[in-house]
Design a protein around this ligand. Structure first.
Ligand code: IMP
Ligand code: MG
Length: 185
């Protein structure tokens, strides 16, 4: 792939302002639901780190944070169907209320795998807060308890979403487009 032909952030799907407003609502909902329970918010690396940071600033409740690393994609945008743990939590979650904070649910494989893995550690509860959902792409049923935005079947970059590691720092959630301006397949 030449540098000129590299897919780039194109059409804006969700603006920074829309993200801010919706994430503030989610934070308030979470604070209301988890008041007094000191939940463990588990951010899924790397995609969810910006979302996690903004979400907890909008959740006026006592909580702790941790991160877990999973890798389900190679350098391209195709799902491999395999989920690999690349880094584990730093704390025990037994008896705790766990809230998984994930960037996006696509096929559902990653979140379903994570839920199973964390549930095996006997937490008090496990729920999931997801910024974006692509319902059309679902291959396995998985519960999403808090959702930011349902989006169409397009590959997105920006605000934590990457393409081969790039564009996480782009401020808006954009459709990945090829050099020809068309959505990247
Ligand atoms: P799933 O296992 O197919 O549901 O995929 C979930 C993971 O794939 C997410 O955690 C993302 O890291 C990645 N992913 C899925 N769709 C996109 C996208 O449109 N842009 C960037 N990453 C994506
Ligand atoms: Mg992810």
């Amino acid at each position: 792939m030449t540098a000129e032909g590299l897919p780039r952030p194109g059409r804006v799907l969700i603006t920074r302002d829309e993200l801010d407003a919706r994430i503030a609502e989610l934070g308030r909902e979470i604070a209301r639901d988890y008041g007094g329970r000191r939940p463990v918010l588990v951010g899924v690396l790397q995609g969810a780190f910006l979302f996690m940071a903004d979400l907890i600033r909008h959740a006026p409740v006592d909580l702790v944070t941790d991160f877990i690393g999973v890798s389900s994609y190679g350098p391209d945008t195709q799902a491999s169907g395999e989920v690999r743990l690349t880094s584990d939590l730093s704390t025990t979650i037994e008896g705790r209320d766990v809230l998984i904070v994930e960037d996006i649910v696509d096929t559902g494989l990653t979140l379903a795998h994570l839920r199973r893995r964390l549930e095996a550690r006997r937490p008090r509860s496990v729920r999931a807060c997801v910024l974006c959902d692509k319902p059309e792409r679902r291959r396995v049923e998985v519960a999403v308890d808090y959702l930011g935005f349902a989006i169409p079947n397009v590959f997105v970059v920006g605000y934590g979403f990457d393409f081969g590691g790039l564009y996480r720092n782009h401020p808006h959630v954009c459709v990945l487009e090829g050099g020809d301006g068309r959505p990247h397949a």
